[in-house]
Design a protein around this ligand. Structure first.
Ligand code: HXC
Length: 510
């Protein structure tokens, strides 16, 4: 008994009191404290506490700490099973020995076999330098497991310290990456190497901090101000997610009235179609209790993605944001939405799409940045998705944007439009310029002629009624009735069972 007690005591000390104290001074929690905060009170059960590394080189023989550089285990979040691990920076800088990698792989295996989410808390100096290729091989095992589990169980990463070199690829392979501001860093090569190779001067924060990755690279989905807030947000995220790909997303009692109508929506779209409005106001008005768990809010904000509930059940929201860049589709917003659509499809979360987009953004930069490929990702994700999919056209649905934003022809189930919807190949001004250039130029009052033609075009196409006549729009609805109409549509689609042709896997433009 006393041997076990001694080993446990030694394991719980981690890298020692001095190192723990240093972390406290920098405002950081220990690996075990993080896990205890993440999971329901007193539910975390550690496994692998007595594992040690097997390295005998560089004086490592005499430096063995039970548990080595990671704490692994399982427990519950909101009463549902989860698996989790936290790298322990106090032990060899949280670096990855083969033993650490084996512990992580074991937890990944258990999570996958038992169909439960896995949460990784990253805080590590990367490959255990003393172990060489053994450590690199360990990363390979982890990446392999990440990919095997992708689309089967939700995988979430939280970056609460350094995450450098190839180590960044495990979080990048998971579904959601949280980063704690001013303490989490991700980069392939650090500022020193960059200075030598490209002569660029950059700080850790500018290069790979939470803000950089949640606004510029888009690798991080959430930048959070503290570790405590980050762990609370992960708990909240999980309330929207099923345990695995064959489980239903969790349902809660809906307190918000399903018949609630909001008259303010009737006037939210400005009469001048070039004026912006905030799509987030529309979304909040429609979903249960106005609660939206927005994802990647700082990245490509011309597209909104997030989770919410309708009728107590999780839904994924994909919406153009006319208040930013007129809601245009571009490389980043297309890729952002595409990945989220695929996530929702993996985990049986129905999609609600709100559309107000003037089209794809023109320009040399966009063409050369691959707007064709990135737009194809969006199309691909929608075409492939077999979950219930509903669209509401609030205003512009022009050209490629009409097709790409969950149109009927790419598999949407029910398509609504508000009376303010404009469904056309392009806006009236552009269309008239192309079609009637000569007529306008030769007219005795070109400006009046131009306006007349614009009005005619608007009358004919800049409304949803032509599309409704043709059946591309199932129903033109009044904005204030959007919530009840969407709930009725979701209810009727709840039995949807569709599958794509059997194949090894698709070959989309990833
Ligand atoms: C072994 C490591 C280590 C590592 C840190 N330590 N990184 N031990 N292997 N990779 C140890 C340090 O020796 C030190 O031990 C303790 O952890 C704390 O480190 P400090 O440097 O004192 O901490 P700090 O000043 O906060 O700096 C943290 C750091 C720095 C920025 C992470 O330690 C660092 O740059 N580490 C090396 C990062 C790196 O190059 N890793 C390899 C990347 S390549 P003592 O005993 O003194 O307390 C890679 C390949 C993966 O990961 C490929 C996958 C495909």
């Amino acid at each position: 008994m006393s041997r076990l007690d001694d080993l446990r005591t030694e394991a719980l000390k981690g890298g020692g009191e001095k190192k723990i104290q240093k972390r406290r001074e920098s405002g950081k929690l220990t690996a075990r404290e993080r896990l205890h905060l993440l999971l329901d009170t007193d539910t975390f059960h550690e496994i692998g506490m007595l594992v040690t590394h097997n390295c005998y080189d560089f004086g490592m023989d005499g430096k063995r700490i039970p548990g080595d550089g990671v704490v692994t285990g399982y427990g519950t979040i909101h009463g549902r099973n989860v698996y989790a691990y936290a790298e322990d920076f106090t032990i060899f800088g949280g670096s990855l020995s083969k033993a650490v990698a084996d512990k992580i792989s074991r937890i990944q295996d258990l999570a996958l076999k038992n169909g439960s989410p896995i949460i990784a808390i990253k805080d590590s100096g990367g490959a255990r330098i003393q172990e060489g290729v053994n450590s690199l091989a360990g990363y390979g095992d982890i990446f392999f497991n990440n990919v095997k589990a992708s689309g089967v169980i939700p995988q979430i990463s939280a970056i609460m310290g350094p995450c450098a070199g190839g180590a960044v690829y495990s979080p990048a392979l998971t579904d959601f990456v949280f980063m704690v501001d001013h303490s989490g860093y991700m980069f392939l090569t650090g500022p020193d190497v960059i200075r030598e190779v490209t002569h660029e001067d950059v700080t850790f924060e500018e290069l790979g901090g939470a803000v950089a990755h949640s606004t510029k690279s888009g690798i991080s989905h959430f930048a959070v101000e503290s570790e405590e807030k980050c762990l609370a947000m992960i708990r909240e995220l999980l309330t929207y997610l099923p345990q695995n790909n064959i489980d239903d997303p969790p349902q809660i009692e809906c307190i918000d009235s399903i018949d609630r109508s909001d008259e303010s929506l009737d006037s939210i779209v400005p009469s001048d179609s070039s004026r912006p409005y905030d799509m987030m106001t529309v979304l909040k008005s429609v979903v249960d209790d106005g609660a939206i768990f927005e994802i990647q809010s700082g990245f490509a904000p011309n597209m909104i993605i997030g989770l919410a509930r309708m009728d107590g059940k999780p839904v994924g929201l994909v919406a153009n944001q006319p208040a930013v860049l007129a809601g245009v589709l571009d490389t980043l917003s297309s890729a952002k939405a595409a990945r989220f659509i695929r996530f929702c499809d993996c985990f049986n979360i129905p999609l609600l799409v709100f559309e107000d987009a003037p089209g794809f953004l023109p320009g040399v930069d966009q063409e050369h940045a691959g707007v064709i490929r990135e737009g194809a990702k969006l199309l691909f994700a929608f075409c492939e998705a077999t979950i219930p999919r509903i669209t509401v056209v609030t205003r512009k649905a022009f050209g490629g944007a009409y097709i790409a934003m969950n149109s009927k022809n790419i598999g949407a189930d029910i398509n609504f439009a508000w009376p303010t919807g404009q469904i056309a190949v392009m806006g009236a001004k552009g269309a008239v310029k192309i079609l009637f250039k000569r007529d306008i130029a030769t007219d005795e009052d070109p400006e009046a002629k131009r306006q007349l033609l614009i009005d005619e075009y608007n009358e004919k196409f800049s409304n949803p009624f032509v599309s409704a006549e043709m059946g591309f729009i199932d129903e033109v609805i009044k904005p204030h009735e959007t919530r009840p109409r969407l709930i009725a549509a979701l209810r009727t689609l709840s039995g949807k069972r569709v599958s794509n042709p059997p194949k090894k896997h698709c070959n989309g433009p990833i």
